[in-house]
Design a protein around this ligand. Structure first.
Ligand SMILES: Nc1ncnc2c1ncn2[C@@H]1O[C@H](COP(=O)(O)OP(=O)(O)OP(=O)(O)O)[C@@H](O)[C@H]1O
Length: 458
């Protein structure tokens, strides 16, 4: 076949393909373009040939040219550009989203003489992408209850309880293992309650020591203690008309429990260092991952305080008891991260999903969320596969009881012994006062002293 004929065939081939093809000289002057390219840009061939490629106003090239330190064209500097997403300006001024690949052309001696660029119109793909993203957002919204994903029977019961309890002002307590969403439940109760336009104040009882906690909750007056340089409102006053969420209530020191009990009964507080009564108007919501009833039996939580806060209990089931919710939660975290990171990961492989469903999630929803953060960093392909999951899930080393449930009896005894000692020391070894502090009888104190071999050694 003659070379001339072959060239003619090539022209037909190039004109037949769907992608736009353009050839430029080393200085960026357009030499040739195929039919698809002309359709894409709306130009006639004679309007382009001999013109600089900058006429197409490609956003990626423009960005490059505005960086003064760089060569006028990244393509001629690097030799090739792969899968570049950019926008071109058509002849009529409208814009078109494209995906381009470019490569320099060399003569027989290897000298660069120009470049070829292929371009794909991705308008339709982008439209589909936007539709899918909107659809996913809608799905996330539809499957949630105040930010909580899951529609298992167990969670439906929780949602019903929240809705029913929101109207009342009675103290509400949320039980659940760590990471089950206790804080989300507390927020939902507030948002659904008539107090929704008033403050929602959260206090973590485990994060503050005894004296700080009291001044945090009730406020203090200037001079109440050395660092009290001015009067300060406490959280109860800040929550006026709204709700106060006391998280980790199981960690509240016994003395603070006594004070809080009085507050709940009288709905009156006194700032630390003052005896001026201040009436309060707040809904009390508490939460814990501990078994308060057991703690009461062991004498490490006051019984009277327990009954005061345990008016409306809501138990949030651990993730492993929520059936199909694991898949829903996994898909929701996947979609959120996909939107956030913009990574082109298409989905979760069935094998990876199977591992997620079989794992027992001791860290509950919090652990599931971190698992996806891990997977998005690790994933190099277009699907999340078992190897992208943390080793504990991949090798299913997590099939152990959650820590809370295996807290050894020995630990509990030691905790009880320490509580008793503290109460005795605080009450100057007066058993009646120690009993009052712990909310138990004098006989119980005496029995426990015997059990732990504690002597009155004043
Ligand atoms: N059902 C759910 N749907 C979506 N996200 C959830 C759900 N439950 C919890 N989360 C998310 O999991 C994380 C942990 O939730 P949260 O802090 O409410 O748990 P917690 O029970 O209060 O934990 P802890 O006892 O450790 O304080 C948060 O990022 C929360 O947004």
């Amino acid at each position: 076949m003659l070379e001339q004929e072959l060239n003619q065939y090539w022209k037909t081939v190039v004109d037949t393909i769907q992608e736009g093809v353009m050839i430029v000289t080393q200085d960026g002057i357009i030499v040739s373009a195929n039919r698809a390219f002309l359709q894409l840009t709306g130009y006639d061939l004679h309007e382009l040939v001999g013109q600089p490629c900058s006429r197409l106003n490609c956003t990626a090239c423009h960005l490059e040219r505005t960086r003064e330190t760089h060569h006028w064209c990244r393509l001629f500097r690097d030799g090739a550009i792969k899968k570049q997403r950019c926008v071109l300006k058509r002849r009529d001024g409208s814009q078109v989203n494209i995906f381009k690949n470019s490569c320099v052309l060399r003569d027989s001696e290897g000298k660069v003489i120009g470049a070829v660029e292929t371009m794909t119109d991705i308008t339709e793909i982008l439209e589909h992408e936007h539709k899918i993203e909107a659809f996913k957002r809608e799905l996330i919204g539809r499957e949630t209850f105040h930010g909580m994903v899951g529609n298992s029977a167990a969670m439906q019961r929780v949602y019903n309880l929240i809705t029913n309890a929101a109207d009342s002002d009675a103290p509400l307590i949320i039980y659940g293992e760590s990471g089950t969403g206790k804080e989300l439940v507390a927020q939902a109760v507030h948002e659904l309650s008539p107090r929704r336009d008033k403050p929602y104040i959260k206090v973590n009882c485990a994060a503050l020591n005894e004296s700080l906690l009291e001044s945090e909750l009730f406020g203090h007056v200037k001079g109440a203690f050395t660092t009290a340089i001015q009067d300060r409102k406490g959280r109860f006053e800040a929550a006026r008309g709204g709700s106060i969420f006391l998280d980790e209530i199981g960690d509240l020191p016994l003395t603070t429990q006594v004070k809080l009990l009085r507050v709940l009964e009288e709905m009156i507080i006194e700032r630390v260092g003052d005896n001026q009564p201040i009436p309060i108007d707040v809904r009390i919501i508490t939460a814990t991952n501990k078994n308060l009833r057991e703690m009461v039996e062991e004498g490490i939580f006051r019984e009277d305080f327990f009954y005061r806060i345990n008016v409306i209990p809501i138990n949030i089931p651990p993730v492993r008891e929520r059936g199909g919710d694991i898949t829903l939660l996994a898909e929701s975290f996947f979609t959120k991260l996909q939107l956030k990171t913009g990574k082109s990961i298409r989905g979760i492989s069935p094998e990876a999903m199977d591992l997620l469903v079989r794992y027992n999630w001791p860290g509950n929803v919090r652990e599931l969320r971190s698992t996806f953060e891990y997977a998005f960093v690790t994933c190099r392909g277009d699907m999340i596969v078992p190897d992208d999951l943390p080793p504990i899930i991949l090798y299913n080393e997590g099939q152990v009881e959650p820590k809370r449930q295996v807290a050894s009896v020995k630990d509990k005894k030691e905790q009880q012994r320490r509580q008793l000692l503290t109460a005795l020391e605080k009450s100057d070894w007066n058993r009646s006062r120690a009993a009052e502090l712990l909310g138990v009888s004098r006989v119980t104190i005496w029995n426990r002293m015997k059990k732990f071999g504690i002597m009155d050694n004043r």
